[in-house]
Design a protein around this ligand. Structure first.
Ligand code: PLP
Length: 343
């Protein structure tokens, strides 16, 4: 049995040739059109220039066929998870979260006095919506669903999600984290926000657009919900650099870049899964830019092999650390990865 392991992230500090397959980053970097726009915007960096946020919201409005009032932009979507966690904690209560999932906000709710129910994945490694529903109590304030889920890459169908949303009491906030939705063929659930005032969808520029370091994300919800959230901010969106917003505006239009990213991701993911399958490794089918698999049948020292090849992989999860996640890089990087681990 493998102990729970976290890779040596200190390798990240200096080595240019380290292959980063640890944080589901974009292996092609930032969209070139975004870089150009960011460079141009730097001369405005001395100003409190509100037009950037306004243009960004207009672009999001256009792209998602909603109104500006349905959007809250922020410096990355983690910031929004945090803001929502603080908001639901105001009168204390209870949250329901799946495990494993991207629950970085859960410690904040605990610190602010909330209790929680952690619901394990079902035997297919899917978020167990039935059990999540059953875990809702009279004081439950929030249910979190990451769709597709990180670390598994599994996507719950729209039909299942809609059915779930209908059954959750209307006083319970349903936080739907769609950080990876662009990698799937399923549309966002954001079109439901005006119909269901208790859902909030979070999205990010970190993955498809390569903005993990630039920091840009947004929430989509009913305007009333967002107005309440904004009460926790002195200046909504004031934490985002205008350079980042300028980049975000341009990135939304750089379809050459996003098409390249999506095409590569599909090819490199198929290649990786095929190689893992050849070695008898159990892999969860993924609709994201990462793959979740079991090290149960792997006889070598996985993390040592990664280290020797200067590859950073993900940490381990579940069943005493039998499961791990690898981000999908370029095809060439994935060839190096499979050779290093299985060669
Ligand atoms: N949500 C999920 C599911 C993620 O995997 C991540 C980052 O990996 C985030 C949110 C946070 O993204 P960011 O804060 O960069 O927008």
């Amino acid at each position: 049995i493998l102990a729970k392991q976290t890779p040596n992230y200190s390798l990240l500090k200096n080595d240019e040739d380290t292959i980063r397959l640890c944080f589901n980053e974009n292996p092609f970097g930032v969209s070139p059109k975004a870089i150009e726009a960011m460079q141009k915007s730097m001369t405005d960096a001395s100003k409190y220039d509100f037009k950037y946020a306004d243009v960004l919201k207009s672009k999001l409005e256009e792209k998602n066929q909603l109104n500006k009032e349905n959007f809250l932009v922020s410096a990355g979507s983690s910031f929004l998870l945090e803001l929502i966690a603080k908001y639901v904690s105001i009168d204390k209560g209870h949250i329901v979260i799946p495990e494993p999932s991207f629950t970085i906000f859960a410690p904040i709710t605990e610190f602010l006095g909330m209790s929680k129910t952690v619901v394990p994945l079902n035997s297919n490694k899917e978020i167990d919506l039935e059990s999540m529903l059953k875990s809702i109590k009279s004081d439950t304030k929030l249910v979190y669903i990451c769709n597709p889920n990180n670390p598994t890459g599994h996507l719950l169908s729209r039909e299942k999600m809609e059915n779930f949303i209908q059954k959750v009491p209307k006083n319970v906030t349903i936080l739907i984290d769609e950080a990876y939705i662009e990698f799937t063929n399923q549309p966002s659930l954001s079109d439901l926000v005006n119909q269901y005032k208790n859902i909030i969808v979070t999205r990010t520029f970190s993955k498809l657009y390569g903005f993990a370091g630039a920091r840009l994300g947004y929430a989509i919800a009913h305007p009333e919900f967002l107005k309440n959230l904004e009460k926790l901010q002195s200046w909504s969106g004031g934490e985002i650099s205008i350079v980042t917003m300028a980049g975000g505006i341009a990135a939304l239009e750089d379809t050459d870049f996003t098409n390249k990213v999506l095409k590569n991701n599909q090819l490199a993911k198929e290649f990786t899964i095929k190689e893992l399958n050849k070695k008898g490794i159990k892999v969860i089918s993924s609709e994201t830019n990462f793959v979740y698999f079991s090290l149960e049948n792997y006889k070598e020292d996985y993390f040592n092999r990664l280290k020797s090849a200067k590859i950073l992989g993900g940490k381990t999860y579940e069943d005493e650390g039998k499961w791990t996640r690898i981000s999908i890089g370029t095809l060439e990087q994935m060839q190096k990865y499979t050779k290093a681990v299985f060669g």
